[in-house]
Design a protein around this ligand. Sequence first.
Ligand code: SDX
Length: 433
Amino acid sequence: MPEPTGTAKLSFADKTLDLPIYSPTAGPDVIDITTLYRDGGVFTFDPGYTSTASCESKITFIDGDKGELLYRGYPIDQLAEKSHFLEVCYLLLYGDLPTAHALEDFEARVTNHTMVHEQMISFFKGFRRDAHPMAIITGVMGAMSAFYHDSLDINDPEQREIAAIRMIAKIPTITAMAYKYSVGQPFVYPRNDLDYASNFLRMCFAVPAEEYEVNPILSRAMDRIFTLHADHEQNASTSTVRLAGSSGANPFACIAAGIACLWGPAHGGANEAALSMLREIGSVDRIPEYIARAKDKSDPFRLMGFGHRVYKNFDPRAKVMKQSADEVLELLGIHDNPTLQVAKELEKIALEDDYFVSKKLYPNIDFYSGIILEAMGFPTAMFTPIFALSRTVGWISQWKEMLGDPTQKIGRPRQLYTGATRRDYVDVEDREG
Ligand code: SDX
């Protein structure tokens, strides 16, 4: 922790407390309230953690007002353009861009762990064919702790390292297997002569009946999508992973918890929901009807892929994703894609509407991603699993950072209790009503 840069005075009832203030390298100062309950006998109250920093971190920083996202200080748009996903994995995990030798070694380690234990195939056969692939990868990721017993001890740095490599290496294989299972096609084994994104595409779309050539346009776009989704500060699923990890749970269980949380439509499930929404709107002339519904407080409908807790400007990832959507569809010869036309017109209309402007609601990463993934041939049910695949390295990086924090302890929030106060049991025959 840095040294305090000031003191906040908190006065209430007959108490005045001096609380240390810490200043970050970027972002708002924080007031340390760890002694508040001990010295003041009160809790803070912040459902949804809108004003709460849960930890110190050096991994990712978001400037919501500027619409800026940094991975270890490097802007996401530069990484999306100049780097590639496994290099970004190295950056997030170890803190700096790798030398050529270190990158080659890291890529070799990941490549040599892409196969899953052959017995894990039987897990897939236990699911219905129409199971949502998120249900499958949540289960299979957790089940990895039943196979890789030599990487469960979180107190052993070597076991933490091999667990990290295994999960980064195997999550594409597991995700592709979930897709193959859903379409009734045989699983395709990873190949060591392919890069990470190409391997994933081939495991998804190759069939034994013919050779499969990876389209370099699609593998570059896939790799960029992985990079854009890799990490994002203390979002809901990352906070879930940190909380699970704080109890000492094994790494596979922690990442499975993150996958489960990401599934929600307010979080990673929004990419699937956004494409379904764009399809339901169907044509530009129906956009006003949906804009009106999004503004109507009595209607639970929200524009999926719009708004963000932190970004009060454009999500920089959405900008890159929008540009990539244009490029990929053009290169694939898909002109005048109706869903993309609706998305662009919806964005234009919404950003001229005072409701969205005043609430600073902009497209987020989930608004355009589905359009690219659909063009690649993925069904909407695979959009969130691909988000989870990408975010696995972010979750692991944050989990490792938490375990390495000497001040780390089990997370255990308190509450504002407004339920019944103590009362004695009443026998059923004495109860009224
Ligand atoms: C991700 O945290 C992360 O970093 C997440 C993520 C990551 O990389 O990990 O970025 C990935 O989850 C992106 C977000 C994907 N979700 C969606 O696109 C779902 C639609 N968006 C919303 O549900 C909402 O914007 C959230 C959940 C993303 C953020 O919600 P907040 O910060 O709790 O904001 P809020 O619900 O309090 O909304 C503030 C106001 C409300 O109106 P008022 O009560 O002030 O009148 O804005 C309105 C909301 O009704 N609002 C919307 C809206 N989002 C917010 N109105 C219409 N459509 C929307 N999409």
